[in-house]
Design a protein around this ligand. Structure first.
Ligand code: GTP
Ligand code: MG
Length: 220
């Protein structure tokens, strides 16, 4: 039976479901599912950070950001991939649920990734190491698309979450570059691209130096 719509949240969900040619109920269920997956991965990261702190007296994770992809962004991506505009095809995208883990040092990035992937309920779907092989523009980050089981009342759903793990320095560059270029439709002159690439490379050198300095401090 249809639910009587009462508040702003219901109206927003109804509009969002209409954009994706789905029902209100489908939209509520999709959000619940991806939110649940985000909560599970966030809790896992929190536990790893706390355990590391107890054992090593410092936090490898500086902060974590999470987001659910908006219907507008989903539609844009589905169009780009020439896919149907529907909730079913939206679920084929790997980044409906996105988590960004910002770490102190480069070693932390790989340690967190390894600890997460070791967990038996996590399945790796796609591994992209943009630190070892940076993007053409200098973008650096470790991307893991992972599948996590979400236990519902009568069945289990495997949900994909895109996890981006990077250092504070890489995050600093990526967030500025994102605004400047990644989401802009404007033409960016080559000299600005060159400057951005140079900054990314300099930041990468500083990251390596900071990692070395930290190792030296540990050995004092
Ligand atoms: P899809 O995930 O299917 O779109 O393709 P893909 O897996 O090749 O994309 P990828 O995982 O490489 O990128 C996904 C996300 O990473 C983007 O939405 C951005 O958040 C981030 N990203 C990738 N490349 C860049 C970049 O050059 N600059 C910035 N700032 N972010 C980037
Ligand atoms: Mg991706």
């Amino acid at each position: 039976m249809d639910k009587l719509l009462v508040d702003e949240k219901d109206i927003t969900l109804l509009k969002e479901s209409e954009m994706l040619h789905g029902s209100y109920q489908e939209m509520v269920e999709m959000r619940l599912l991806y939110n649940a997956a985000i909560k599970q991965i966030s809790t896992k990261l929190e536990i790893l950070n706390e355990e590391f702190n107890v054992k090593n007296a410092r936090n490898p994770i500086h902060h974590v950001e999470a987001r659910l992809k908006s219907p507008q962004s989903i539609i844009k991506k589905l169009n780009l991939k020439s896919m149907d505009i529907s909730i079913t095809s939206a679920k084929q995208l790997n980044d409906i649920a996105g988590i960004r883990v910002v770490c102190g040092y480069l070693d932390d990035v790989y340690n967190i990734a390894e600890m997460l992937l070791m967990q038996t309920d996590i399945k790796l779907v796609k591994y992209q190491d943009y630190i070892k092989q940076p993007n053409f523009n200098g973008y650096r980050s470790l991307h893991l698309d992972i599948e996590v089981p979400v236990f519902l009342s009568d069945h289990i759903e495997n949900v994909i979450v895109e996890v981006q793990i990077r250092t504070v320095a890489q995050d600093f560059w990526a967030s500025l570059e994102h605004d400047i270029r990644y989401k802009s439709d404007k033409y960016i002159p080559q000299d600005i691209c060159d400057d951005m690439l140079q900054s990314a490379n300099e930041i990468a050198e500083i990251d390596l130096k900071m990692q070395e300095t930290f190792k030296k401090i540990q050995n004092i």
